[in-house]
Design a protein around this ligand. Structure first.
Ligand SMILES: *Cc1c(COP(=O)(O)O)cnc(C)c1O
Length: 387
């Protein structure tokens, strides 16, 4: 009889139980070679030729992520953007793609500029409404539906299973930017998605010390083979040291994500009825649009990301939000998310004209500090800003 399959926490903590065959080391070495020896008979029996296409430094991190997402294959990339854009570059000019109006800002910018010039028919829609998706898909023409859930910076929730059905009925693939949910909370492939994308820069690595991206596919196929080729040819290849750090980061993924979720929930509840806060945007709050879907497709928490809309002070909401960010001491004023340290960001300043982020919005990435310290610091900053 086979032993019971172990839990994802165990797989991650042990990096799938990897042991070096030659040295018995329990952590992998860092492979730095850019090139591989050709055999005298002119063949490449190792299967490796040149590290732009493939590198043993990727193997273990890709295998761990693949196991956590329940996929067939995974690929690491030099950034989340390199991973995401590889999916779109695997399509053909003329293909129709649907993406959300509210989504990670840099990818939205790339889609509406580069991808459009390159010939993709990009349509941005209210992705969280299945009726809108149903009306927008063009059977036979739509090649890809791209979703992000919960989505930056309003934490809009999209029903993965329902969207997968609509996409598949139209002959399109469904790709999910699952950076914020992580495989700890959501497994999009099991819900019907075809490709999962991660900015591994964020929770997967979790220590704000590298830039990386990843894709995981449910089933190998033509599009995935083109994605692989895009990485090898365009060269959005991750470095060896970054791959090694990412593997190390993923060993503690579950602990970090659970801690961040628990604290984010407490912070959201604390500030939901606060005189200096107009609104808290967090999928874990009852009454938040999409709360029920988030509860159903996110297990064990609703993520470590939330936003607060700061109540207008004497000089309005935007000034009060910027003043609040100016007065924090523990929270760090910085972009990015998913690290051990908590970050606060006035999102509209970063995104610029056309942003869906209201001017009074502060985006919070909750880290793993003591939650009372985070609440006290934010309380103090809000009081100072409204003083
Ligand atoms: C950061 C981020 C990206 C882009 O990842 P990079 O590693 O910065 O290129 C994409 N999607 C989401 C949701 C992100 O937070």
């Amino acid at each position: 009889m086979d032993p019971e399959p172990v839990h994802p926490e165990t797989l991650a903590a042990q990096a799938l139980g990897w042991i070096d065959e030659h040295t018995r080391a329990i952590t992998p070495p860092i492979h730095v070679s850019s090139t591989y020896l050709r055999d005298p008979d002119n063949r490449y029996r190792s299967g490796r030729i040149y590290a732009r296409a493939d590198n043993p430094a990727f193997d273990q991190a890709e295998a761990v992520l693949c196991a956590l997402e329940g996929g067939a294959q995974a690929l690491l990339f030099a950034s989340g953007m390199a991973a995401a854009t590889a999916v779109f570059q695997a399509l053909a000019p003329g293909d129709h793609v649907l993406a959300p109006k509210v989504m990670y800002w840099s990818l939205r910018n790339w889609l509406t500029s580069f991808a459009v010039r390159w010939g993709l028919q990009v349509e941005l829609i209210d992705m969280h409404d299945p009726a809108v998706v149903q009306a927008a898909v063009r059977p036979g023409q739509t090649a890809l539906v791209w979703i992000e859930t919960p989505a930056n910076p309003l934490w809009t929730v999209t029903d993965i299973a329902a969207t997968a059905q609509v996409a598949h009925a139209a002959g399109a693939l469904l790709a999910v930017d699952s950076t914020v949910a992580t495989p700890v909370l959501t497994r999009p492939l099991a819900l019907g998605a075809d490709i999962v994308m991660h900015a591994a820069t964020k929770y997967l690595n979790g220590h704000s010390d590298l830039i990386a991206g990843a894709l995981v596919v449910r089933q190998d196929g033509e599009v995935w083979q083109r994605v692989r080729k895009v990485r090898a040819q365009v060269g959005g290849t991750l470095g060896s040291f970054e791959s090694w750090l990412l593997l190390r980061g993923m060993r503690t993924l579950h602990l970090r994500v659970r801690a961040a979720c628990a604290s984010a929930q407490r912070i959201a509840e604390h500030f939901a009825q606060h005189p200096h806060v107009a609104e808290v945007l967090y999928p874990g709050l009852p009454g938040f649009p999409g709360h029920d879907i988030a509860k159903a497709q996110m297990q064990g928490g609703c993520g470590g990301m939330l936003s607060i809309r700061v109540a207008a002070g004497r000089h309005g909401g935007e000034a009060a939000a910027i003043a609040t960010a100016a007065h924090v001491a523990l929270w760090k004023r910085a972009t990015s998310l998913g690290g051990t340290e908590s970050l606060v960001e006035h999102r509209a300043s970063v995104e610029g004209p056309g942003t869906p982020a209201p001017p009074d919005l502060l985006r919070l990435s909750v880290g793993i500090e003591h939650v009372d310290d985070l609440i006290d610091d934010l309380e103090h900053a809000l009081r100072q800003a409204h003083g």
